[in-house]
Design a protein around this ligand. Structure first.
Ligand code: AP5
Length: 216
């Protein structure tokens, strides 16, 4: 299974990616997570990426493409992968297509999770993440048992630097600028499947499984 997850910030790509990765035993590769790891470690790539991420803008294609190509060469991606947040531009999609042509292992499907803008903002503003184990919570939709404490490892939960309202809305606007050509790219290849993601996570997984099980 080689999947791409598309959708606006807050659509639930990360949430669905984790659940699908567990179900299929393949890695979820989140470009946002990889970039945040570089930022936290203060690598050259992280320093370069940070200014874009803090503004809610996309990191330049060249940086992201080579980062993903390196990640896809790791052995755990040999039997499939779930790309969460990549590609986001047609240039990234073309680079991925060329790389997969070389291995003769094309994408299985591209899943686009759809949510309205105001619900997406509500999801982003309420999100908390565990800095230790990476689990994601939501103050309204998936609260931890104890306020701002991870249920699993007990760490203090954090908010993402780009989840303030101004940056969240900028991220949504940037997404809207790039989304149509990217979706057209995959629709022309008969790979694009749209999933209504305005439901609880388990219901969205069921909808996703319905799409995947119906694939030829
Ligand atoms: P990234 O980290 O990928 O952020 P994003 O695309 O903005 O998406 P999010 O992670 O915010 O949302 P999500 O859809 O994963 O939602 P989640 O499941 O967490 O990228 C960050 C930045 O990195 C970008 O802005 C850019 O600068 C850079 N970048 C990354 N990739 C790049 C690329 N390819 N090219 C260039 N730049 C790149 O859910 C959100 C919240 O809602 C959570 O609290 C969750 O618990 C809750 N929730 C999820 N699903 C549901 C549901 N069904 N019902 C109720 N609550 C739900």
């Amino acid at each position: 299974m080689r999947l791409v997850l598309l959708g606006p910030p807050g659509a639930g790509k990360g949430t669905q990616g984790v659940l699908l990765a567990e179900r299929y035993g393949i890695p979820q590769i989140s470009t946002g997570d990889i970039l945040r790891d570089h930022v936290q470690r203060g690598t050259r790539l992280g320093i370069q990426a940070r200014s874009y991420m803090d503004r809610g803008e996309y990191v330049p294609d060249g940086v992201v493409v080579s980062m993903v190509m390196d990640r896809l060469e790791e052995p755990d991606a040999d039997h499939g992968f779930i790309l969460d947040g990549f590609p986001r531009t047609v240039a990234q999609a073309e680079a991925l297509e060329r790389a997969l042509e070389e291995t003769e292992e094309p994408l299985t499907a591209v899943l686009k999770f759809s949510v309205g803008g105001e619900l997406a903002v509500r999801r982003l503003l309420g999100r908390y993440t565990c800095p230790t184990c990476g689990r994601t919570y939501h103050m309204e939709f998936k609260p931890p048992a104890e306020d701002e404490v991870c249920d699993v490892c007990g760490s203090t939960l954090e908010r993402r630097a780009d989840d303030d309202e101004l940056t969240a809305r900028r991220r949504l606007a940037v997404y809207r600028e790039q989304a149509s050509p990217l979706e057209r790219f995959y629709a022309e290849r008969d790979l694009l499947h749209q999933i209504d993601a305005e439901a609880l996570p388990d219901e969205v997984v069921d909808r996703t499984m319905g799409v995947l099980e119906a694939l030829p």
